[in-house]
Design a binder for this molecule. Structure first.
Ligand code: NCD
Length: 342
């Protein structure tokens, strides 16, 4: 599968060969992401970064990835300051913005909205999260991070914990993991927030020996005890029908150092797409884990930049041209930035 000129809307679009190609390209991006080198390969190109829902890292990461390739970024954040507020349709916005830019990254509160937008756009569109549906670039960076940490992913036990119904990152992650073999998925959530049936059906249809276990309990035989990976998620406060509904589930799962030390494999990898809800009533991933060497949350963040650069490079067809346009960095760069991420 060739990514050049395509929209990237769902993790289901990728096959194993394409995923390997993205990972190899992300590896090649690391010197430019950290940055040790500068490339100007996208000099003259413009990204439209359209974020109609709150975001810190995804928005900055898409923009920084494009900038690190030498391109410029034009962006909107929220709907308040855009013509959507004046009743403009997604289709008109797509046509208009496509006239100005060479690629678009878009986040929207409605499932399917990015796809609808992409149908009308004339430049490649990347889904940066569409409501409760998917967040495919997060899944690519999650699997990239996991592979760096664990090597082989076949046969691993992966526990996803929290709001699996409204959390889009776990939907895309589950879809992408079906490309591997014999994965044991443990979906830990209250029954009302369990993984949607369609995700389970997709995993079964992949027919690669995967197993699925659903449970409400964090601990005990079927919980995180034997997991190789624990992927915590935030209760998606903004998606609940009411504050009362959210309050029922808030704080239901809270992972901390004591639990991990007492119950989990020593090597268990701990992930979270961030932001973690650190308010005391929620606190799904406690700071007592911050010094655990297997806590991968900041590796996920750092790898996200290289992975998004790789996606832009492949979609815009310049992945082989980067080294022809490079120079050494001459400004001060953070002492930590050269450290390998996982
Ligand atoms: C996630 C999202 O927006 O879906 N954040 C992210 O992009 N890394 C997770 C969340 O908001 O809980």
């Amino acid at each position: 599968m060739n990514l050049r000129g395509t929209h990237f809307l769902s993790a289901k679009q990728l096959n194993a060969a394409t995923l390997r190609q993205i990972f190899a390209t992300a590896d090649a991006m690391r010197p430019y992401a950290t940055p040790q080198k500068i490339t100007e390969v996208l000099c003259g190109a413009i990204l439209g970064n359209l974020f109609f829902e709150p975001s810190t890292r995804t928005r900055i990461s898409f923009g920084a990835a494009f900038n690190r390739l030498g391109g410029a970024v034009r962006e909107t954040a929220g709907t308040e300051m855009t013509s959507i507020k004046k009743g403009e349709s997604l289709i008109d916005t797509a046509r208009v913005v496509s006239t100005y830019v060479d690629a678009i990254a878009m986040r929207h509160s409605q499932p399917g909205a990015v796809e609808e937008f992409a149908r009308a756009a004339t430049v490649p569109v990347i889904n940066a999260g569409d409501g409760t549906n998917e967040h495919p670039t997060q899944a690519v960076l999650d699997v990239y991070t996991l592979q760096k940490k664990l090597g082989k992913l076949d046969g691993r036990t992966i526990a996803m914990v929290g709001d699996l119904k409204f959390g889009r990152t776990v939907h895309s992650l589950a879809y992408l993991l079906t490309l591997f073999h014999d994965i044991k998925f443990i979906f830990i959530a209250p029954p009302a927030l369990q993984m949607p049936k369609e995700v389970e059906t997709y995993i079964k249809r992949a027919d690669r020996g995967h197993k699925i276990l659903r449970t409400e309990k964090l601990l005990g035989g079927d919980g995180i005890d034997n997991a190789d990976v624990i992927y915590m998620t935030r209760m998606q406060e903004e998606r609940f029908a009411s504050a009362r509904e959210f309050a029922k589930y808030r704080g239901k799962y809270s992972l901390n150092r004591k639990i991990v030390e007492q119950h989990c494999k020593k090597s268990v990898a701990i992930m979270h797409p961030l932001p973690r809800d650190s308010r005391p009533q929620s606190n799904e991933l406690d700071v007592s884990l911050d010094n655990n060497p297997n806590l991968l949350i900041f590796d996920q963040v750092a790898n996200g930049l290289a992975v998004r650069m790789a996606l832009f490079a492949l979609i815009l067809g310049i992945d082989k041209k980067i080294s022809r346009h490079n120079r050494r960095v001459e400004w001060f760069v953070s002492k930590n930035s050269h450290k390998q991420h996982a």
